[in-house]
Design a protein around this ligand. Structure first.
Ligand code: ZN
Length: 60
C-alpha cells in the first residue's frame, strides 16, 4: 500500500500493519486487511479496494 499523506490524523509514524476491521454483517465479525496503523494516535488506514470489499460484505 502506498499512502502519501495521513490526512486523517496528520501524524508521521504510520507503519504498515495488519488491521482487524469490524464488519456489520450477520455472518462475519471482522476481516483482516493489509493497511497501516498510526503509532501515535491509533488511526487506521486501508485502501479503497479493502473498503469496497467490506462494504460488499455489509450488504448481506
Ligand atoms: Zn495519528
Amino acid at each position: 500500500m502506498d499512502i502519501k499523506q495521513y490526512v486523517m490524523c496528520g501524524c508521521t509514524n504510520v507503519p504498515p500493519a495488519e488491521l482487524d476491521i469490524p464488519v456489520k454483517s450477520q455472518f462475519i465479525i471482522s476481516v483482516k486487511v493489509d493497511g497501516a496503523k498510526c503509532m501515535e494516535c491509533g488511526e487506521e488506514y486501508y485502501d479503497m479496494q479493502s473498503l469496497k470489499a467490506i462494504e460488499e460484505l455489509e450488504k448481506d
